[in-house]
Design a protein around this ligand. Structure first.
Ligand SMILES: NC(=O)c1ccc[n+]([C@@H]2O[C@H](COP(=O)([O-])OP(=O)(O)OC[C@H]3O[C@@H](n4cnc5c(N)ncnc54)[C@H](O)[C@@H]3O)[C@@H](O)[C@H]2O)c1
Length: 335
């Protein structure tokens, strides 16, 4: 297949591109290489893909309407994996406009490209953050998610609504994936795993929010990739029998699907820190701090719908995943 991967220089985009290139697909990857975090890490991920024969990279901003239309017209993709976005909950309080540009305008440009070029299937990244104030656990896609608590979460929920509209109006098959705290080799420097490892190895204190009273459903990158690849192969179909009054928010008469991809077992923040200590062989210096605005105290994925659809459940536990991350970190940074 000929595939478009947006955000290919990103953490998840790079890993998905490597896997799909290995399966022989032709891949065009785009990314604007913005400096939200260390650009050299994004460039290193692209360099890591250089040995993949059928992978091409184009520097392009999702919000560039004409550029995106030209990209879709020039390539005629079979399927699209849309991972580029402005990520990060806390940064959306500082710089909200970049979330509107990349996540709303950018998402619309992807939908328009898919619609006009008759793409078979659009798979796009949503986020566990859409669950917001939901306190029913585990979080299921059948739950109502109308109370986001960050602009980032609101843009991801908006992405799902926009995708549903295009599925309904134009019959564009779309699948949204709510990722739960992804970590692993080539990970993101703005995320806890990366920050904790760097600080612990440097003997510096780590900020521990909500005084450690947090739980996250940490999901290893290989599990995310496996989920994306399996879902990509499963094109949602319209369901003419569907009735709104008898159905939940995650189903539709339109060719529309939505899944959580999370490990399915929340780990306490202190448990996570212990795993970093075990993997680094160093003790963490904890700087306990209050809850941060926009953050939720707990995430926990209900993984049943993904399993029913694909026969797959994320497998890698946090001790093993942290060990693999720390090994990569030490090799990459030579520490
Ligand atoms: N990593 C996680 O824990 C997590 C959790 C939930 C959802 N997600 C979502 O998964 C997707 C991938 O996340 P990631 O962790 O790989 O993040 P990432 O920041 O490493 O990757 C995103 C990539 O998109 C690019 N990008 C951003 N805005 C762009 C624009 N306007 N035009 C073109 N490129 C642009 C960035 O340069 C970056 O390389 C994102 O949509 C994110 O919101 C990630």
């Amino acid at each position: 297949m000929k595939l478009l991967i947006t955000g290919m220089a990103g953490f998840i985009g790079h890993a998905v591109a490597r896997r799909l290139a290995g399966e022989g697909h032709e891949i065009v990857g785009i990314d604007n290489l913005n400096d939200y975090y260390d650009v050299s890490l994004k460039q290193a991920r692209l360099a890591d893909l250089a040995d993949c024969e059928r992978v091409q990279f184009i520097r392009l901003d999702l919000a560039d309407r004409a550029g995106m239309a030209a990209l879709f017209a020039a390539h005629r993709f079979d399927r699209v994996i849309h991972l580029a976005a402005q990520a990060g909950v806390r940064y959306s309080l500082e710089n909200p406009h970049v979330y509107a540009d990349s996540n709303l305008v950018g998402h619309l440009n992807v939908l328009e490209g898919c619609r006009h070029q008759g793409v078979e299937h659009l798979v796009y990244a949503s986020s566990s953050s859409v669950y917001g104030m939901n306190d029913r656990v585990p979080f299921a896609t059948a739950d109502a998610v109308d109370h986001p608590i960050s602009l980032y979460a609101a843009t991801k929920k908006a992405n799902e609504l926009m995708a549903h509209t295009y599925a309904h109006l134009y019959g564009l098959p779309t699948t949204g994936l709510r990722f739960f705290t992804v970590y692993g080799p080539w990970g993101r420097p703005d995320m806890a795993m990366f920050k904790f490892t760097r600080a612990v190895l440097a003997g510096e204190p780590i900020p521990v929010y909500n005084h450690g009273e947090m739980e996250r459903d940490f999901t290893y990158i290989d599990d995310i990739v496996e989920g994306v690849v399996r879902v990509l192969a499963r094109i949602p179909r319209p369901d003419p029998q569907w009735q709104a009054s008898e159905s939940g928010p995650d189903t539709s008469s339109a060719p529309y699907a939505l899944y959580n991809i999370g490990h399915g077992s929340p780990v306490s923040l202190m448990g996570f820190i212990r795993a970093v200590e075990a993997a680094t062989g160093r003790e963490a210096i904890c700087d306990f701090q209050p809850m941060q605005p926009g953050d939720v105290p707990r995430t926990w994925a209900d993984t049943q719908a993904l399993f029913d659809a694909t026969g797959y459940r994320p497998e890698v536990g946090v001790e093993e995943g942290v060990r693999r991350f720390v090994a990569w970190y030490r090799a990459y940074y030579g520490v």
